[in-house]
Write a protein that binds this ligand. Structure first.
Ligand code: HEM
Length: 202
């Protein structure tokens, strides 16, 4: 083995005038350069994301939007700016699990984007107190999103129940409670009956 190595070293020296270390270092550098240069010429087709037609989802509450944060790979990745919801599934590398901007997925990230902030308390749609400069930054983000992604819906406030609906719900709950209570009493009786029954056999 040693003699093969010595022969190889001598041949390299004879033909290239280089030591084996220098020779192999140059070969390694050429391989790396080749790989990098090849990487620059990947065809545009390789960047075409897997197409899934964005589905129009319409009105979603903040709570409903959270379901589209990438935790379910079957669902689209959504993100909102100024209450408008965009399908950002084609940028999974940004917003998908482990991505640098995953914290924005399933949320309205207006405030964070305007302030260039990653703080959890800024990831919301509250624009209160933002400066003109921050609102301008937000506008740039919004323009980018409008151009790049499909808008699939808008955020709506959580549905608040009317007095009538609340009363109906309350009476519904009472009914359920009554029925459940009946079942429990029924169950208690049957246990008792079973107990006596069982005791009779002992
Ligand atoms: C050290 C600072 C930062 C660097 C070097 C950086 C770098 C980048 C790069 C290279 C991209 C890809 C751009 C593209 O291909 O279109 C990107 C995208 C993005 N960056 Fe940053 N970024 C930085 C800070 C931030 C901050 C502070 C925010 C917001 C809080 C942010 C939000 C985003 C978002 C949302 C995208 C994706 C936009 C899209 O969906 O196309 N970045 N960033």
């Amino acid at each position: 083995m040693a003699s093969v190595w010595t022969a190889m070293t001598e041949t390299i020296l004879e033909y290239t005038g280089l030591s084996s270390t220098a020779f192999f270092t140059i070969v390694a550098m050429m391989v790396v350069t080749y790989k990098v240069v090849c990487g620059m010429f990947i065809s545009a087709d390789d960047f075409v994301p897997v197409k899934r037609e964005p589905l129009y989802l319409g009105d979603l509450t903040e709570e409903e939007l959270k379901a589209y944060n990438g935790s379910d790979s079957q669902e689209p990745l959504l993100m909102a700016i100024r209450g408008q919801i965009y399908d950002v599934s084609s940028s999974k590398m940004f917003y998908g699990a482990g991505g640098p901007y995953a914290m924005f997925a399933g949320r309205d990230a207006s405030r964070a984007l305007a302030q260039l902030s990653f703080k959890p308390q800024d990831i919301n749609g509250n624009l209160e107190g933002l400066s003109d400069a921050e609102l301008e930054i937000l506008q740039d983000w919004e323009d980018k999103f409008i151009e790049k992604y499909a808008r699939v819906g808008q955020l709506v406030p959580k549905k608040t129940l009317t007095k009538k609906e609340e009363d109906e719900n309350a009476s519904g709950r009472e009914e359920v409670l009554k029925a459940t209570k009946g079942d429990i009493m029924q169950e208690d009786r049957s246990v008792e009956v079973n107990g006596v029954h069982k005791a009779g056999h002992l």
